[in-house]
Ligand binder design. Structure first.
Ligand SMILES: Cc1cc2nc3c(=O)[nH]c(=O)nc-3n(C[C@H](O)[C@H](O)[C@H](O)COP(=O)(O)OP(=O)(O)OC[C@H]3O[C@@H](n4cnc5c(N)ncnc54)[C@H](O)[C@@H]3O)c2cc1C
Length: 408
């Protein structure tokens, strides 16, 4: 029996558990994850801390400002924790860039300065030469740099957050929650683990922070859908290869199209590529699909760095995100005593960290302006039942991949 259980130990669950434990030092809190902490999307993402994302262009200016300011609180929270606890997470404030390729990419890029001005974000415009000076690639026609917007090693940041959890948080790793039942007298009962090592957890309050896994747990399947994306990373480049690459020694670039290619030249001198998405409601990714995605990453490498076209990829991986039809976050007390934050994707690190803290505030009844601003953000729109949902999901993702093909 614990006072509160948090299921899912990504950025959201870790920030929620920490905040809960600090607000209620006398509570026993269980943080439960099906995998080892850091093995989910939070630990395997690309490490860009973002507040202004493409889909916010469809929001009203006031809502957009609310979204950006909440995500910015997440960035500042992670920054403060990293500094205070000395996380070794390769925090880099130089500022990542957004790069435009082709006519459509240039059109997307042209819209950005107005949004950046509106929410008060400083930026530097870059022409093709400027982009080449950073990335070493001739492919980009123009771009913008956002000084002060951090890049991190996500796995190390997640591990740091786990290490600083207060003592009243007990972490259960490799402990999948199999079922969640509401107890008529109040609270919830969780069945956890494999048949060999099964146990039950009862709690007064439950925080569900499983993001893309939420629908498979039979929660909010009509609001949140699972979506995979894929990354590949080269081996460490030799000094000669680094010379052939040119540009700065460490940088990150987001494509103008969210489905386009994200690239990083990492601290340890590898090139990391991420692109495309895949809808897989059964939460299975075949080796064949992973090999296909690796070919997309190879194409992205060849288009940018023909001089290094054959360099080996040491790793290719998938990661599961949650998203919603209108890309908005699901947040709130969705049943009595059950608090949920999910559908994090493009700005998942920043927004996830902020939402995690605020979900804990909501669970303990700590009101604040920040919490009210989070609750005022638009909710995910409704999606139809199966089989229409899956047809729609596959179509939307396929269309986005096709749209992004020219940037790959
Ligand atoms: C390849 C990739 C690159 C990305 N790049 C970026 C980026 O650069 N910037 C950015 O902001 N966002 C990025 N994202 C998105 C970002 O990773 C997510 O939005 C964010 O990590 C979501 O955090 P979370 O805590 O909600 O979910 P997760 O990190 O997915 O955590 C949920 C946890 O729940 C656990 N869980 C699921 N089911 C159960 C169960 N039944 N029982 C117990 N535990 C369970 C999972 O094991 C998982 O650890 C990227 C994602 C991927 C996949």
């Amino acid at each position: 029996m614990v006072d509160c259980a948090v299921v899912g130990a990504g950025f959201v669950g870790l920030c929620a558990a920490r905040r809960l434990a600090e607000a209620r030092p006398d509570w026993r809190i269980a943080l439960i994850d099906a995998q080892r902490v850091g093995f989910g999307a939070s630990g395997r993402c690309s490490g860009f801390l973002v507040d202004l994302v493409d889909f916010t262009s469809k929001m009203k200016p006031q809502e957009r400002a609310g979204y950006v300011s909440t995500a910015r609180q997440g960035i500042e929270l992670l920054r403060a924790l990293s500094v205070e606890h000395g996380f070794d997470c390769e925090w880099d404030d130089k500022g990542w860039v957004r790069g435009a390729v082709g006519e459509k990419g240039m059109r997307f890029l042209e819209a950005w300065p107005a949004w950046l001005d509106e929410v008060g974000i400083e930026y530097q415009r870059l022409d093709g030469q400027g982009m080449r000076a950073i990335t070493g690639s001739k492919l980009y026609q123009a771009g913008i740099r956002l000084p002060g917007y951090p890049l991190v090693h996500p796995g190390k940041l997640v591990r740091g957050l786990r290490e600083i959890l207060p003592r009243n948080v007990v972490v259960f790793e490799e402990s999948p929650v199999r079922s969640v039942q509401q107890v008529p007298a109040g609270g919830y009962r969780l069945e956890v683990g494999e048949t060999a090592g099964f146990f039950a957890v009862s709690c007064q309050r439950l925080l569900l922070t499983t993001n893309g896994y939420l629908p498979s747990q039979r929660f909010h399947a009509n609001r949140v859908f699972p979506c995979y994306t894929f990354g590949s990373m080269t081996r460490v480049l030799s000094e000669q290869e680094q010379g052939q690459l040119g540009g700065e020694s460490e940088w990150g670039l987001l494509a103008m199209d969210p489905m386009g290619t994200t690239i990083r030249r990492t601290h340890d001198q590898r090139l990391l590529f991420r692109n495309t998405a895949h809808y897989a409601p059964k939460l299975r990714i075949s080796n064949q699909l992973r090999a296909k995605m690796r070919r997309f990453h190879r194409r992205a490498l060849q288009a940018r760095y023909p001089q290094l076209a054959d360099i080996e990829f040491e790793y290719t991986w998938s990661g599961l995100m949650g998203t919603s039809h209108n890309c908005q976050v699901l947040f709130g007390e969705t049943r009595p005593g059950l608090f949920t934050a999910a559908a994090f994707n493009a700005a998942g690190i920043a927004m996830g960290a902020a939402a995690g803290e605020l979900l804990a505030d909501l669970a303990v009844g700590n009101d604040s302006e920040r919490l009210r601003a989070m609750c005022a953000l638009p909710a995910p729109t409704w999606m139809p039942p199966e089989p229409f949902r899956s047809w729609g999901g596959r179509m939307v993702v396929a269309r986005k991949n096709a749209q992004a093909a020219e940037y790959i």
